[in-house]
Design a protein around this ligand. Structure first.
Ligand SMILES: [Zn+2]
Ligand SMILES: [Zn+2]
Length: 141
């Protein structure tokens, strides 16, 4: 038997697979999910993620997680959306916009290294500075 503490309520339970939460919390979360889903369907033209979170009493990050997992999707006409993890474009579900998804497939974006930011720009300006120095010295005499 694999006994663990529930990450939500701290209760000890018999852990099987998936997120480390007890069956009761899992059920509560599933109910919340259905509630959020219904709310979004009903208010998709007006609500934003913050409103949904407040109205359904759910954490914004929890809603985002559901969207990232593609369990929740916002309608095409909906003002609701979530930012692409690469470029910040508003998308309806998942983690990336179509363009970035393509770039990742083609290896142009390293999805694993997304947290390293603005590295190429720094290198470019460094090279620029080096070239300036070079011009400086070659102009002499
Ligand atoms: Zn629990
Ligand atoms: Zn993108």
């Amino acid at each position: 038997m694999n006994v663990k503490n529930c990450k939500r309520c701290g209760k000890i339970f018999n852990y099987l697979v998936g997120p480390q939460i007890c069956p009761q919390c899992r059920e509560a979360l599933e109910n919340k999910f259905q509630e959020v889903k219904a709310y979004i369907l009903e208010h998709k033209d007006t609500a934003n993620i913050t409103t949904v979170a407040e109205e359904c009493n759910v954490d914004v990050n929890q809603i985002k997680q559901w969207v990232r997992e593609e369990r929740l999707a916002f309608g095409e006409q909906s003002v609701l959306g979530i930012e692409c993890e690469v470029c910040g474009t508003m998308i309806k579900t998942g983690r990336f916009c179509e363009k970035c998804k393509n770039d990742i497939t083609r290896g142009l974006i390293d999805a694993a290294g997304l947290n390293k930011k603005a590295e190429p720009e720094k290198k470019a300006s460094h090279r620029e500075a080096a070239r300036m120095r070079f011009l400086d010295s070659s102009n002499r005499g």
